[in-house]
Design a protein around this ligand. Sequence first.
Ligand SMILES: NC(=O)C1=CN([C@@H]2O[C@H](COP(=O)(O)OP(=O)(O)OC[C@H]3O[C@@H](n4cnc5c(N)ncnc54)[C@H](OP(=O)(O)O)[C@@H]3O)[C@@H](O)[C@H]2O)C=CC1
Ligand SMILES: CC[C@](O)(C(C)=O)C(=O)O
Ligand SMILES: [Mg+2]
Ligand SMILES: [Mg+2]
Length: 337
Amino acid sequence: MSVEIFYDDDADLSIIQGRKVAVIGYGSQGHAHALSLRDSGVDVRIGLPEGSKSRAKAEEEGLRVLTPAEASAEADLIMILAPDTKQRFIYAEDIEPNLKDGDAIFFGHGFNIRYELIKPPANVDVAMVAPKGPGHLVRRQFVDGKGVPCLIAVEQDASGNAQALALAYAAAIGGARAGVIKTTFKEETETDLFGEQAVLCGGASALVQTGFEVLTEAGYAPEIAYFEVLHELKLIVDLMYEGGIARMRYSISDTAEYGDLTRGPRVITPAVKEEMRKILGEIQDGTFAREWVSEDETGRANFRKLQEAGEQHPIEETGKKLRGLMSWVDRPITETA
Ligand SMILES: NC(=O)C1=CN([C@@H]2O[C@H](COP(=O)(O)OP(=O)(O)OC[C@H]3O[C@@H](n4cnc5c(N)ncnc54)[C@H](OP(=O)(O)O)[C@@H]3O)[C@@H](O)[C@H]2O)C=CC1
Ligand SMILES: CC[C@](O)(C(C)=O)C(=O)O
Ligand SMILES: [Mg+2]
Ligand SMILES: [Mg+2]
């Protein structure tokens, strides 16, 4: 199936420059969108609760910070960049009562629309601009004159102009420098959840931790194991990012390439692929969404336990020590890039 890809020349920035935008939330994505929109000449205000710890960071950047309700009332485009599990409450309490004819509600990920946790009225545009990358790098790339690709989708086109609006927004945060693909809320939500669970975050973290465990349990030095399975992974993925798996294989030794081709499939076995299919099925049938919403509603105890176990993994201690000796690697992540 072919997709439509848009670039800067296809976008009309003046469309978003003519809107009053409220960015609700100022975390990983929120700060990136707000700062880059502002730098693209867009009228932005931030919506955060009175006690929010993000308020100071946004104010330090000279952004105007209001409550989510005030920001929603003032704006005619509301981008919701609060945690997925909180969005339905923010929508019900702060956004919905302040919606006017012709307003637009935007999302950075389709979770709440795809799983029907938010049901907007018919008189507003409902669209998505979903960067395909972590917010801190969305901002860093924008500042460096680059861009992170974005997906856009229109769930409801009350104005008849929602797609052009979403494309203009994506361009204003740098997405159209790299490419903006038109999709649906369903496709974005399901592929994004699958990617982060099976490959980018879940799959990659488990692969690195397991590789580290196998080497250290066999008596090899943790420092060597760290460099081998984590530090060098970035350098290998950089080559894939630049020129695909083929370029990575061009640069590595033929010994490595033979090992890659013969041993890779022994690690990612047909059983692993079957498990990936099961994970995708749980996303498609709503099992994962129900589980995550319920985990959040019941206080996130299991989530916290798993987070703590991850933080305690021996690879973290080894990595902290080694990264501290490489000034160019130990780069702090900030909301003020
Ligand atoms: N992280 C990423 O790179 C990506 C995220 N997304 C999507 O972007 C959205 C935001 O995620 P992410 O940036 O990770 O979120 P973060 O957890 O990094 O930030 C959430 C922000 O929302 C604020 N917040 C919390 N509660 C409220 C509230 N009641 N009203 C207003 N603001 C509130 C938080 O403030 P406080 O400081 O007070 O907690 C914080 O500033 C999600 O839909 C996510 O799926 C999409 C692509 C990538
Ligand atoms: C890969 C995780 C992500 O989907 C992202 C940075 O794109 C997220 O939800 O944070
Ligand atoms: Mg993602
Ligand atoms: Mg995601």
